[in-house]
Design a protein around this ligand. Structure first.
Ligand code: DP6
Length: 296
């Protein structure tokens, strides 16, 4: 049996929209922070037979398809029993495809002693699920087209929390969202906005201008939400409580002139990133949210 675990990541500039849906080549660059404390561990155990063993819910079919892709790519004939486990509560509405596809790719490499480079593994993993390619790099990763790399910034470590507003399974997968947003009139200039924000965000990180970083990260996820809301058939992942959490955070920034970076994914939950020197603030703020929500 071979076992590996890989972290998930949270995008501050979002991957939304694909240039090539088969290979998961994004329309715009994205930028993420790798969440070392939220991991998926995958095991592969070789079995006799001609198919991998697992129950076939939709996500698992995608997972097995990725394993098939890897097997064909490297001319392998071994089939496996697969297990995959998150170290964060399942059903908490957190995207785990980044960590699970990264872990599956890493595990396949290890099980077959392929000794692929990090760049090769990230490129293969990307074809399973785009955002997973960023999980191979830390603390920060930038992904453009078929290239992804780590980037050094003055913040070596950020403190991450997520306010879990709902753990319901989402109706629209992020893969589906990537294609639906293309029908929005706002999509035409989406790439221009995302690339501009990426440049400005990296600049504000380098200057350690936290307020500016917060503004850009906020505008960026609101841009993504606007794409959802202005698609030909509009859709949204937000719950009433998501608005409450966002409003509370906005007020917090207004009164303290400081606070966490705030972002959302294709889901109702709100992600917070604090600087290391904001540890106390993180404690107080998350304690306040814990009265109503699960906070991880
Ligand atoms: C909103 O990587 O899940 O989280 O490539 O189809 O598997 P596929 O999509 P996925 O998309 C993630 C979208 C996002 C933003 C981001 O992580 O950049």
């Amino acid at each position: 049996m071979t076992e590996v675990s890989m972290p998930t990541n949270i995008a501050l500039i979002k991957y939304m929209g694909k240039k090539d849906a088969l290979k998961n080549i994004p329309d715009n660059s994205s930028f993420s922070y790798t969440l070392d404390h939220l991991t998926t561990s995958v095991t592969l155990t070789p079995i006799d037979g001609d198919r991998d063993q697992w129950d076939s819910t939709e996500d698992k079919i995608r997972f097995i398809k990725h394993l098939d892709f890897l097997r064909q790519k490297f001319d392998k004939t071994v089939f496996y029993t697969i297990t995959s486990k998150n170290n964060f509560p399942s059903g908490c509405g957190l995207a785990s495809s980044a960590s699970s596809f990264a872990a599956l790719t890493e595990c396949f490499d290890k099980a077959n002693a392929l000794q692929l480079s990090v760049d090769e593994k990230a490129a293969l993993s990307r074809q399973g699920s785009g955002s997973s390619c960023r999980s191979f790099y830390k603390p920060f990763a930038v992904w453009s087209d078929d290239e992804v790399a780590a980037i050094e910034l003055p913040y070596k470590k950020l403190l991450h929390h997520v306010i879990v507003v709902s753990s319901d399974k989402k109706d629209i997968s992020s893969s589906k969202a990537h294609s639906l947003v293309k029908s929005s009139l706002l999509y035409a200039d989406r790439k221009i906005r995302a690339e501009k924000r990426l440049t400005e965000l990296l600049d504000s990180f380098r200057k350690q201008d936290w307020q500016k970083s917060f503004d850009i990260v906020w505008q960026e996820f609101q841009d993504m939400l606007a794409l959802f809301e202005t698609a030909e058939t509009p859709f949204s992942y937000l719950k009433l409580s998501s608005y409450f959490v966002l409003d509370t955070l906005r007020e917090y920034w207004k009164s303290h002139h400081d606070g966490p970076l705030v972002t959302m994914d294709a889901g109702p939950n709100v992600h917070l990133l604090f600087r290391e020197d904001q540890e106390n603030m993180a404690k107080l703020l998350t304690e306040a949210f814990r009265e109503r929500f699960t906070v991880l």
